[in-house]
Design a protein around this ligand. Sequence first.
Ligand SMILES: Cc1ncc(COP(=O)(O)O)c(C=O)c1O
Length: 477
Amino acid sequence: MIKTAPSLEQAFDAGDFRLTAHRIVDLLAGHLAASDPGARRKVLPFEDPEAMLASWADRFGPGPRADAAEMIAEVLSRSHDLLHPRFVGHQCTTALPLAALAGFAGQFLNNGSAIYEMGPVNVAMERHLARWMSGLAGWGPEADGVFTSGGSIGNLTALLAARQVASERDVWRDGVACEPPLAVLASEACHYSVKRAAAIMGLGEAAVVPVAVDPGFHMTREGLDGALGAARAAGRRPFVLVANSCSTATGSYDDLESAAEFAAEHGLWLHVDGAHGAGALLSPKYRYLLRGLEKADSFIWDAHKNLLMPALITAVLFRDGNHSYEAFSQKASYLFERDSREEWFNFAHRTLECTKTMMGLRLFVSLAAYGTDFFGEYVTRAWDLARDFAALIRAADDFELAVAPEANIVCFRHLRPGTADPDALQRRIRRTLLERGEFYIVQTELGGKLWLRCTLINPRTALADLEALLREIRAVA
Ligand SMILES: Cc1ncc(COP(=O)(O)O)c(C=O)c1O
């Protein structure tokens, strides 16, 4: 039902808002119910990109052309269903419905959180969350950090601070020309955002010297020594070591005790990329995977990966909270009253963004309403499920497991005797699964071979769904 355009005043009418909001929430609740494990809707209704693009042409013009609730119904029916138990693809989490509602309230309030007076409640919440997360890392009251829009910006922020601290000159003011040029030592298995950060920082991708990993994708002592030697041989001065907790492709956790020891020996800043795997800090069973984190200088944690939060919400945390002021040492007199480190409440001193969404609100409300144990149990279950799935794969003689999973990421491939090109087979299997829409999985390259990859990030996924996935793969192969 398309109405005539409202006046500006009518668009803010509380009665109209209530009616529209109820219609939209009813649609969302229906969508949630239809994603129930028993109700077998497709995970994704695959459409060709060009057809998708064409279908959204001419949908708006000078006057109204659509009813908002009807359009949202269409969006729901044509989008990926991350609530579906068979969504086991990328590391985007199923959004906790309560967190989505808190996000809705945050969008409604739209208190940008650059400085305290723009978003006082959210600023206070984010401060508590940063301290709570730092405490889980094993850090003391001097630790501090901020929230930012995603792990890529999180890694950039931490590396900017590390460089500013490591440099004899004020790089922020004087630019990057350092003699000798700097190097970043990073696990071969690190996320591409680390190289991207180095390039953005003006160091160039070549400044990232890879640390060799073992067959389980963990950095090795030989790899660390080798990378240090290679950096020095290239005339560079390493200033930071980036470790994974855990890696993107296989979910491998580096040994942080050894990484910290190496960093201390060579005067390096230790940055831990916990974007995906830091959620294990909440699980009494799996917390051990991050042993040694307390010795790191900085780490990042994406709540939109393994804390069930709608994107984006990344914590960038520093063992010495003063270092959180080093990343963006810039004065903006219209925002800040003075350039003071006591201004913890004016986050824009310490973030790439000026205006930010109220990202802390979603996590804070969810933690307050459900408690921290709820999230710990979620992580334990997902990490357990990965191990159970790996056991299924090991037990099947027509599947091969890439590595024993440490987090909730499982990489495997289907084996068919006589297949001339096993990589092409995996590629075809995945493409067919995508087009059928019953499961969503992804693929990755490891050791020169192509593997199918699942992230068990959805709390509604059961082992039975994964058994069904192996059956489906056999069928499409
Ligand atoms: C280990 C790791 N670090 C960083 C990122 C980047 O995070 P974002 O997608 O939030 O920018 C990812 C994303 O997959 C990741 O897995």
